[in-house]
Design a protein around this ligand. Structure first.
Ligand code: GCU
Length: 446
């Protein structure tokens, strides 16, 4: 058979339309940069020549972090969560919800944590195993799950969210669940030693509730080099961030929200009573989750420090300058760098008390360890102050704040209101605060 040019046109056009490689526009591989290179790139993008150096964690260093309370508050003026940008006072719950809250969210989005893209890809949850086990004496069912993120727009980045869910086998219906941002992937927690106090998992089960552990690094790597992969890199098709793009904290929080989407479909979980817990960088992620996703019922915020519940305007322990450095900037929006460069913490349009306020009216528990054991890096008082200041928003919404502005003695539980605070006697852990937190949570989960 002889082919005329016309008879070839249709098949060639079809191949051209369906197969992008024939058009020479196959996706470019993700940009590869070290964290230092990307950090520098962001500085250039922002026109920043130099950043101030952060404080040193080592108390013997010449640049040791300030731990002198009398020098901790160079900038006493906190932005008022109850004054609109136009100067008008917010005096009703409606004005808070419809006017002031969105202003605060916009400021956090643009300057602090970055924006989540309008259309993020769908996640398909798959249960990869279901196992009957027992945790302590309690028979449970543990499901391992993978959340496969649709990467059809950019197949060169794959994101598989890892999650485990453990619920009491004997439950009569859906149960409340506490979800942790886990440093480790595992359903059971460490094997309890004889005579050891019950693990947090056992304590949660003793209430008849379930627990879940999400692996944040399966959503987004915990470093700047990873920003062109993970969910952030997938949404940017492997290209580096713009100054107001989301950082890892919001990416981790996004992952937690997708886990909550799954819980809504699981008959073992009461998705209206799901709480979020995390420690340290994951304590920051936990409060960001609570602040942004109003479906989360309660937050247990462990030693979240700078970038978490601690006031940025405090000079005590870790500083904005540390968080803006190449080791930590990936948690935040690129724009955050400005506040360690030409600007200072006092120029931030928002501060951590407003992050706590975004959790209102839902209950939030701010946890920290002892100054002697954990050290001052996380700034217990700076987190307490943010909690106390957020109280005005809670009260406007008919709830109760911390009930005092006086920093309490260690191991004093301030749990009468909807904002709670306790400094335990241990180190960098939420461990010793679990019993107090669970008693607090029971008021809401009953
Ligand atoms: C560093 C960092 C903190 C962070 C902590 C952690 O100490 O400066 O901001 O919370 O690491 O996550 O372990």
């Amino acid at each position: 058979m002889r082919l005329s040019p016309g008879s070839l046109a249709v098949p060639i056009l079809t191949v051209w339309l369906l197969a992008p490689w024939t058009r020479g526009d196959d996706p470019k591989p993700p940009v590869k940069m070290t964290a230092q290179e990307d950090h520098k790139r962001m500085m250039e993008l922002l026109g920043i020549k130099e950043l101030r150096r952060g404080a040193d964690g080592n108390p013997k260093s010449e640049r040791a972090a300030n731990l002198d309370e009398s020098k901790a508050n160079p900038y006493l003026d906190l932005p008022d969560p109850l004054t609109l940008k136009n100067g008008k006072k917010v005096t009703t719950a409606e004005a808070w919800t419809n006017e002031r809250r969105p202003e605060i969210v916009e400021d956090f989005d643009r300057e602090v944590y970055g924006r989540v893209p309008k259309d993020t890809p769908k996640v398909k949850w798959e249960v990869t195993s279901t196992e009957k086990q027992s945790v302590g004496e309690v028979p449970v069912v543990t499901k391992k799950l993978v959340g496969r993120v649709d990467n059809s727009t950019y197949p060169l980045v794959t994101v598989d969210i890892q999650l485990t869910l453990t619920t009491p086998a004997g439950a009569k219906g859906p149960v409340p669940v506490m979800m942790e941002f886990g440093f480790n992937f595992g359903g059971k927690g460490p094997a309890p030693k004889a005579g050891a106090p019950p693990s947090w998992q056992q304590q949660v089960l003793a209430k008849g509730w379930g627990y879940a552990i999400i692996v944040p690094t399966s959503v987004q790597a915990d470093n700047g080099a990873g920003l062109t992969s993970g969910i952030i890199g997938l949404c940017n098709k492997g290209q580096p961030r713009k100054p107001d793009d989301w950082g890892a904290l919001r990416a981790w929080a996004w992952g937690a929200s997708r886990a909550l989407d799954y819980f809504k479909t699981d008959k073992d979980v009461d998705a209206k009573r799901v709480g979020i817990e995390g420690l340290s960088r994951y304590g920051k992620a936990a409060i960001v989750t609570m602040a942004y996703d109003e479906r989360f019922a309660i937050g247990f915020i462990g030693s979240s420090g700078a970038g978490g519940a601690k006031l940025h305007r405090r000079d005590y322990g870790e500083k904005v300058e540390n968080v803006a450095s190449s080791g930590e900037y990936h948690w935040m929006a690129g724009n955050y760098l400005k506040y360690a460069g030409p600007l200072t913490a006092k120029d931030l349009p928002v501060d951590a008390h407003e992050l706590v306020a975004l959790c209102a009216p839902r209950p939030v528990f701010i946890s920290v360890g002892s100054l002697q054991v954990e050290g001052g890096w996380v700034d217990a008082r700076g987190m307490f102050m943010a909690g106390a200041e957020a109280g005005r928003v809670y009260e406007l919404l008919g709830k109760k704040g911390l009930g005092t502005s006086e920093f309490p003695k260690q191991e004093t539980a301030l749990t009468d209101g909807d904002v709670a605070f306790r400094q335990h006697a241990g180190g960098h852990t939420t461990g010793p605060n679990w019993p107090t937190f669970l008693t607090f949570a029971e008021r809401y989960f009953k």
